[in-house]
Design a binder for this molecule. Structure first.
Ligand code: NAD
Length: 542
C-alpha cells in the first residue's frame, strides 16, 4: 500500500492533525507489529480493520484529500461517501457489522460476509483504536486484582490460575496474574503464539508436556513466586484431563476466541493447520466438532467451580456457546465484568492515548505528567510505574490508563498545552476501549445482571455515538458483535486529537464528559447508587 507508519514525522499527509491522526491509527492498527494477522487485515480475535486491501487503499486516498468541512463515511470497513458537514463535525463516521436484530446471528452474518456486504470488526479493530496487548493490560490486571481482593485477601501469591489463549487480548493475562503475585498455566494450541510469548517475556516458561507444566506451577506456588507457564495444547483437552486427575486450580478462566466457533476456536484433536483446512473445506463438520469441544471445555470449568475454584468467563462468550450447543448448566458461573461493575458506575474505565509523532519520549513525558498530577491516586500511580517497567510498545508508542471523566478532561487539556508549547514532539490522539462505561450494551458481559433487568437494552451506545458526534470527536463509530460475537453486543468508539489548538482544547470538556457521562447515567438509571452519586457530582442526569 506504500504507506508506512514508521515514517514518523511532523509532515501532514492530510489537511489537519485530526484527519492525519485517524489515518495514522488506521495504518497502525494493521501494522505487522500490532495486528495478529496483518496480511489478512485481522487485528485481534478474528476482527478486521477494513473490508479488504482495496478499501484500505481508497480510505488512505480519501483521508488525504478530505477537507476540513467534510466527513468520510465507512460502512463495515469500506469507504462509501464523503459529505460536506462542518468543521466541528467528526472527520470520519464508521458503522461496523450492524445487521437488523431479527437477522443478527452468525449464520446470516457469514452469508452477508461471503457476499462481501459486511465484515466482522470486533471493537477497537474496526474503530482503528487497537494498540496491541497493552490496550487490555490494565483492565486484565484490574480484573485479576479484584478477584484477589474478593477471594484471597488481596493477593494471588501462592495461588495458581488456569487459563488459555495467547492471542492479542489473551496475552495480557500472564503479566496481569504475575502483577497480583500469582502463577499462571496458559494453554495455547498455536506453538507460534507460545514462541512469541517467550520472545516478548509475556510467559517465562513453555512446554508441551502437562506434567512438566504442573511441576513448574507446583514449585512456583510453594515458593510463592509469580510465574507464567505456557503449555502447547488444546484448552478443552487439558481442562478435562486436569479435572479427571482431580487437580483443581484456584482460579479458572479462558481467552480462546470462542466467540467465533468457526474462525476463532480450535476443536479437540485438530492442529492449527488442520483447522485452517477443514474450516474452509467442510465448515459444517468443523462447527459440529467445535460445539462438542466447547461443551466439554465448559463442563470442566463448571466442574472446577463445583470443586471450589473461582471460575469466570473472560469476555469471549464461551458459556453461551456451550449453552447454545446444548449444555444447559453452562451459564452457572459469572463473567468478568461482575468484578468491575462498581468501577464502571464511577466512570472509571480504560482510556488510552497515542503519540502520533512515533516518539516514545512523548509517552514518557505524559507518564511523568500523570505521576505529578495524580500522585494521590495510588492505582493510577502504580499502573504507570508498572507500565513503564513492563510494557513493550507495539506500533505507535501509546499508553492505556483507567481514568474517570474529570481526569480525562484535565489530562487532555494539559497535554494539548504541551503540544502547543512544543514540549511534546507531536500531537496526541485520545481514544478508548469499548468496554468503557458509556460504550457497551452486552448482556453476557458488561451489562449482565443489571439491577433493573435492562441487560439487553441497546439504546445507550447509540446515544454515546450521537453525543460524541455532537461534541466534535474526530472519529465516531458504532458497532455490533465485538468481544462476544454477532447478536450479543452493541458498542461505540471514538477518537480525538490534541493538536495544540485552542479550539480543540475547548472541546475536551464536552467530549469526555459526554463520552463517559452516558455510562454513568446508564448505571444511575439502572439503580446503582454509586452511579447516582457520581451523576449528581458531575451535574448529569435529571
Ligand atoms: P485471538 O484470536 O487473537 O487469540 C485467541 C487464541 O486462542 C489464539 O492464539 C488461538 O490459537 C487460541 N485457541 C483457539 N482455540 C483454542 C483451543 N481450543 N485451545 C487452546 N488455544 C486455542 O483472540 P484475542 O484477541 O486474544 O481474544 C480472545 C477472546 O477474548 C476473543 O473471544 C475476544 O472476543 C475476547 N475479548 C475479550 C476481552 C476482554 O476484555 N477480556 C476484550 C475483547 C475481546
Amino acid at each position: 500500500m506504500g504507506e508506512n507508519i514508521q515514517t514518523f514525522s511532523q509532515d501532514l499527509r492530510c489537511k489537519s492533525w485530526q484527519t492525519e491522526g485517524i489515518l495514522r491509527m488506521l495504518l497502525n492498527t494493521i501494522d505487522s507489529d500490532v495486528a495478529e494477522d496483518s496480511i489478512n487485515l485481522i487485528v485481534y480475535g478474528t476482527g478486521k480493520a477494513a473490508r479488504n486491501k482495496e478499501a484500505i487503499r481508497k480510505m488512505i486516498e480519501l483521508l488525504k484529500e478530505l477537507q476540513e468541512d467534510e466527513t468520510l463515511l465507512i460502512q463495515s470497513g469500506k469507504p462509501v461517501a464523503v459529505f460536506t458537514t462542518s468543521s466541528l463535525a467528526p472527520r470520519v463516521l464508521a458503522v461496523n457489522s450492524v445487521i437488523v436484530p431479527a437477522y443478527a446471528n452468525w449464520e446470516y452474518f457469514r452469508e452477508l460476509e461471503k457476499n462481501e456486504l459486511t465484515m466482522y470488526g470486533q471493537s477497537t479493530a474496526s474503530a482503528w483504536a487497537y494498540i496491541g496487548t497493552q490496550g487490555i493490560q490494565q483492565g486484565t490486571s484490574e480484573a485479576f486484582q479484584a478477584i484477589a481482593e474478593q477471594n484471597f485477601q488481596g493477593t494471588l501469591a501462592g495461588k495458581w490460575i488456569l487459563t488459555s489463549g495467547l492471542g492479542g487480548m489473551g496475552s495480557a493475562q500472564p503479566l496481569a496474574i504475575k502483577a497480583s503475585g500469582g502463577v499462571s498455566l496458559i494453554v495455547e494450541i498455536d506453538a507460534k503464539k507460545v514462541e512469541r510469548s517467550i520472545k516478548y517475556h509475556i510467559c517465562d516458561i513453555c512446554t508441551d508436556s502437562l506434567d512438566d507444566a504442573l511441576a513448574h506451577v507446583e514449585q512456583a506456588k510453594q515458593m510463592q513466586m509469580p510465574l507464567s507457564v505456557a503449555l502447547i495444547g488444546n484448552a478443552a483437552e487439558v481442562y478435562q484431563e486436569l479435572f479427571h486427575r482431580g487437580i483443581i486450580p484456584d482460579v479458572v478462566t479462558d481467552q480462546t476466541s470462542a466467540h467465533d466457533l468457526l474462525n476463532g476456536y480450535i476443536p479437540a484433536d485438530y492442529t492449527v493447520e488442520h483447522a485452517e483446512r477443514i474450516r474452509k473445506q467442510i465448515p459444517e463438520m468443523y462447527l459440529e466438532d467445535a460445539r462438542q469441544t466447547v461443551i466439554q471445555h465448559v463442563k470442566a470449568m463448571v466442574g472446577f467451580k463445583e470443586k471450589g475454584a473461582v471460575v469466570f468467563d473472560y469476555g469471549n462468550n464461551i458459556r453461551q456457546q456451550a449453552a447454545l450447543a446444548g449444555y444447559e448448566e453452562a451459564l452457572s458461573f459469572p463473567n468478568f465484568t461482575y468484578y468491575i461493575r462498581q468501577l464502571q458506575c464511577e466512570g472509571y474505565s480504560p482510556f488510552r492515548w497515542v503519540a502520533l509523532s512515533g516518539d516514545p519520549n512523548d509517552i514518557y513525558l505524559i507518564d511523568q505528567l500523570i505521576l505529578d498530577y495524580f500522585s494521590s491516586n495510588s492505582k493510577v500511580k502504580h499502573w504507570i510505574e508498572y507500565a513503564q517497567a513492563n510494557i513493550r510498545f507495539q506500533g505507535l508508542p501509546s499508553r492505556v490508563c483507567w481514568l474517570k471523566a474529570e481526569e480525562r478532561i484535565l489530562l487532555a487539556e494539559k497535554i494539548n498545552k504541551m503540544v502547543a508549547n512544543g514540549v511534546l514532539s507531536g500531537p496526541i490522539l485520545f481514544t478508548r476501549d469499548h468496554m468503557d462505561a458509556g460504550s457497551m450494551a452486552s448482556p453476557l458481559r458488561e451489562t449482565e445482571g443489571m439491577k433493573d433487568g435492562s441487560d439487553v437494552i441497546g439504546d445507550w451506545p447509540i446515544l454515546n455515538a450521537l453525543l460524541n458526534t455532537c461534541n466534535g470527536a474526530a472519529f465516531v463509530s458504532f458497532h455490533h458483535g465485538g468481544g462476544v460475537g454477532i447478536g450479543y453486543s452493541l458498542h461505540a468508539g471514538m477518537s480525538v486529537v490534541a493538536d495544540g489548538s485552542r479550539e480543540m482544547g475547548e472541546r475536551f470538556q464536552n467530549i469526555f464528559l459526554g463520552d463517559v457521562g452516558v455510562g454513568i447515567v446508564r448505571y444511575a438509571d439502572a439503580g446503582y447508587e454509586t452511579a447516582q452519586k457520581k451523576a449528581k457530582e458531575l451535574g448529569l442526569g435529571l
